[in-house]
Design a protein around this ligand. Structure first.
Ligand SMILES: C[S@@+](CC[C@H](N)C(=O)[O-])C[C@H]1O[C@@H](n2cnc3c(N)ncnc32)[C@H](O)[C@@H]1O
Length: 259
């Protein structure tokens, strides 16, 4: 297409369309600076509200101390969430661009770069390892097992892992939070790449779809016992116009301990 025609077409597109496609966040690729900046704007949304609403309850119920790792801390929002719960939290991530955003936005929190799959701390260090929106970025069983294995290594013997990820309903329902109506989401099989649009933040993501049965298997193989498998449901009086969120959940929260 000639340049001037392309420019005219771009000028006519709605802003949402442009921002969504320019900043598409791909789970299976190294994050660019633009993606990290776009992600960093994705702070307190209805998605976070629902995904995190019940986490304080599980921390109070199962976690014995304060020392906490936010494993896959991204732009630091999840780490700040833990600090606000009076946890002594630090973050670790494989993406330098995400860590740069996190350190700039939350200079008071320590963030560490993770190379070759190794968290740069000694064994049995943390009372809580928190994993927020990371498991669905992992595209093979081996990647999930490596990730969980490293979490297990750095947890104290009586430590707890809390992982929030997409449920197996995430890409097939009519949500208030997300639009999931994409051709590639039809007939998904566990391990397939799926597409999702976060309405409030105007970001499109590609993530990996895993069934609950597969997640359960991964935890078992990595040496964890599950304490809870929780689906946070939207409630009437929360100020959000929930749709399918009241009947099933786009998220699943796994609470696990070492076997
Ligand atoms: C969707 S972001 C979530 C960030 C943050 N936890 C939050 O809730 O906003 C996923 C993050 O996980 C990181 N990540 C992906 N694979 C990882 C791995 N194997 N180990 C550690 N971090 C990983 C990515 O670099 C990215 O920053």
């Amino acid at each position: 297409m000639r340049t001037w025609i392309r420019l005219m077409v771009l000028a006519l597109l709605p802003l949402n369309y442009l921002s969504a496609n320019d900043t598409i966040y791909k789970s299976n690729e190294e994050k660019s600076k633009e993606q990290a900046i776009a992600y960093a704007k994705h702070g307190q949304t209805s998605s976070r509200y629902l995904a995190y609403r019940d986490i304080p309850f599980f921390i109070t119920k199962y976690v014995k101390g304060n020392k906490t790792l936010d494993y896959g801390s991204g732009a630091g929002f999840s780490t700040r969430f833990l600090c606000d719960l009076n946890m002594e939290a630090e973050g670790v991530d494989i993406s330098e661009e995400m860590l740069a955003q996190a350190s700039m936005i939350y200079p008071e929190i320590p963030f560490y770069f993770m190379q070759n799959g190794n968290i740069p701390v000694l064994d049995q260090n943390y009372d809580l390892v928190f994993s927020s929106y990371v498991l669905f970025e992992l595209g093979s069983e081996q990647e999930v097992l490596n990730y969980l294995g490293e979490a297990k290594r750095v947890m104290k013997e009586d430590g707890v892992l809390i992982a929030v990820t997409g449920s197996q309903d995430m890409y097939s329902r009519d949500w208030y939070i997300f639009n999931t109506d994409y051709p590639e989401n039809k007939n998904l099989e566990s391990g397939d790449l799926a597409r999702i649009y976060l309405r409030e933040a105007e970001i499109e993501f590609t993530d990996f779809y895993w069934t609950e049965a597969d997640y359960r298997l991964f935890f078992k193989k990595a040496g964890f016992d599950l304490l809870e498998v929780h689906y946070p449901l939207g409630k009437e009086d929360e100020g959000y116009a929930w749709k399918d969120e009241v009947a099933c959940s786009p998220f699943v929260v796994f609470v696990a301990k070492k076997q």
